[in-house]
Design a protein around this ligand. Sequence first.
Ligand SMILES: [Zn+2]
Length: 407
Amino acid sequence: MHFHWGGLDLESSGSEHTIDGIRYVAELHIVHYNSDKYSNFSEASDKADGLAVLAFFYEVRFKVSVNETLQRYKPYTGQFTEIQPMDISTMLPDDLSDFYRYRGSLTTPPCFETITWTIFDTPIMLSSNQIRVLETSVLDWENKTLRNDYRHTQPVNDRVVEASFQPVLFKGSCHLETIHTKLDKIEGILNNFEANLESRQAGSEVSSHPAFHFSEESLASYVKIQTLGSMGLSSFTLCMWLRTRDFQPRILLSYATRDSDNELVISVGLDWGLWIGGHFANVPLHSSPNEWVHLCVTWTSQSGAAEMWNNGLSGRVNYIQKGYVLKPGGTLLLGKDQDGIEGMLSDAFIGDITTVNIWDYILSPWEIRNLMECRYRWKRGNIVGWGKSSATLFGGVKLEEDNSCLG
Ligand SMILES: [Zn+2]
């Protein structure tokens, strides 16, 4: 049993087989020899009916499990270990009914043409963290990290590839819509993958967490955040670092439900703006463009007190929406509001946003100050946790090195 993967220069693909030209993240090979006829692998390896390989693709599941614990082994050249017996079927997809089969070769020298290949159509889902471990744990003969250990696809020649099911083929010569759907899907995967690079490094070097850069050239760009818990909040603390480019009113964050566009919205400009359940409050702002600002907003339904903290200092307390509870089940975006009017992008955010966290309780002034002074860089929200909540980038959001705490 062995694997093929990518990982070189963040290459997010390393399977040896491709389907319709698409290379998967990684591939598992379970190699068998014909023990009815041959006594061992090497005896079978050059016989026409000697070997069979079951191949499985891996795909990234863009949901980082909080409880995921990954054991990391870094075996060096010449080390051996004994692996406890394990049930391989638990590592495989449930659905093994759809597969491709062809007669082919070993993908490593001596490349004997003796393999009956069976490639299963249903991929195995791994988290991006697990893929990361696969891509970075194995060392080569020189004790350097082994990457891109896959053979490039070879010509089909006159081989027949059979399928146990009716594969979805491109009808006619060129079905543009299908191709576009596929391209969109690939773009989504790439964007997700980039966003997840950050979470793959959770717990490691903090300075490697990227910031989201929203440029003037792509006003339609935004980031969708997957929350860790319900947004049906009766109090919260929301903190982030941001850097604006001008004094125009722009949307930093918007949370909208089906029937409430402004369920929770924070804007920046000459003032901070805050909407809760459609009600608005604003607080004068003292900061200048092109400088990192640490913003925290606290609100509690009990008194309706909303407080905005600008670089660790509290502004005026506003009282809005006493007794209100935020509606759950909505969508949380950075960089754009959700009033549904396409093309109305005059309030789209331009600048940088990083370290966005939301807690379902109110942090103390001391904690907020520590966050601002970067002593609490590791502290993560339980509703949105920077590096824990998955983020999907749309419309050209760029990832940049986060230097909010260096200035
Ligand atoms: Zn292989």
